[in-house]
Write a protein that binds this ligand. Structure first.
Ligand code: ADE
Ligand code: ZN
Length: 322
């Protein structure tokens, strides 16, 4: 597997059914079934919302710092084995606060996993767009005592009807704190959401962004600004954003010269980790070795690690060619 950075993975989306069942038993939380195969069989989605309903329900099993520590530790070990050198992990504090889990438990657990991580890793705090801008601002204020424990903010959850422009003020607050800014846009909603993420939120990366390909002016802007797009091919198939992997716009994005990289999004739900996504696009989209190397190089260019470190990873990647 090529060395890569993974820049679009929700730590909550790495909750495998086996750990889900174990945590449910430990914390006395009821599940619809404790049969792992039956749990997996429920992971057939018709839209983003149909996934989010199951995903949020499952997260009721996360109660203590130790739970978050185990969750993130398992992902980081799996990622290291897959060739990931750098991971920037999304997490959704509002989900856990809603479940009665204090922010300190979330930060302590995730922080403990990062402290013993076999790879370079940092956290990006995501706002749930369907809870609105005031809740996002309240969440950021509550997280500021933990400012040193995360490097940026993101925007996720139900997309259509919750445009980026609603979140202008909270992104300004984040910028004033020196936080990086990314946002999900153009996953289910159209190119207008990508424009807003760029113009109003002043993001440094677009998460998904596949529907940007419907707007030629937007594609030109993304190329001119070398704006990274963190694409998640298996996720897009699972959530029916595309019909089949063979229909995916990833090759067209590469042909347009966009800084696109490949990621897993919620690997426990969508049939694979980042290495599985690389293998799937190689197989189903006919991407050759040079294209896969471009994707991996883009991932390092797009990550928020220090420039010297990014260059070392890229040198390692080009050394692999020889
Ligand atoms: N939360 C977890 N995965 C997500 C996705 N693919 N889109 C929006 N919100 C999410
Ligand atoms: Zn996502």
């Amino acid at each position: 597997m090529l060395p890569t950075a993974e820049l679009h993975v929700h730590v909550e989306g790495t909750l495998e059914p086996e750990l889900l069942v174990r945590l449910a038993a430990r914390n006395d939380v009821a599940l619809p079934t404790t049969d792992v195969a039956a749990l997996r069989a429920r992971y057939r989605f018709t839209s983003l919302q149909s996934f989010l309903d199951i995903y949020y329900a499952n997260l009721a099993v996360l109660r203590t710092a130790e739970d978050f520590h185990e969750l993130a530790g398992a992902y980081l070990a799996r990622a290291a084995a897959a060739g990931v050198r750098r991971a920037e992990l999304f997490f959704d504090p509002q989900t856990h606060l809603r479940n009665g889990v204090p922010l300190a438990a979330v930060f302590d657990g995730l922080g403990a996993a990062l402290a013993e991580s076999p790879i370079s890793a940092d956290l990006i705090l995501c706002f749930l767009r369907d809870l609105g801008p005031e809740a996002a601002e309240e969440t950021l204020r509550a997280a500021l005592p933990f400012r040193e424990r995360f490097i940026g903010v993101g925007l996720d959850s139900a997309e259509v009807g919750f445009p980026p422009s609603l979140f202008r003020d909270v992104y300004r607050m984040a910028a004033a704190e020196g936080l990086h800014r990314v946002a999900h846009a153009g996953e289910e909603a159209g190119p207008d959401y990508v424009w807003e993420a760029l113009d109003v939120l002043e993001v440094e990366r677009i998460d998904h962004g596949i529907r940007a390909m419907e707007d030629g002016n937007l594609v030109r802007r993304l190329r001119a600004e070398r704006m990274p797009l963190t694409v998640c091919p298996l996720s897009n198939v699972s959530l029916r954003a595309v019909d089949t992997l063979a229909d995916h716009v990833l090759p067209a994005m590469l042909d347009e010269g966009l800084v696109v990289c490949v990621n897993s999004d919620d690997p426990a739900y969508f049939g694979g980790y980042v290495d599985d996504n690389y293998r799937a696009v190689a197989r189903e989209l006919g991407l050759d070795d040079a294209a896969l190397r471009t994707l991996a190089t883009n991932s390092f260019d797009a990550c928020f690690a220090p420039p010297e470190q990014r260059e070392r990873w890229k040198a390692e990647l080009s050394g692999e060619a020889n």
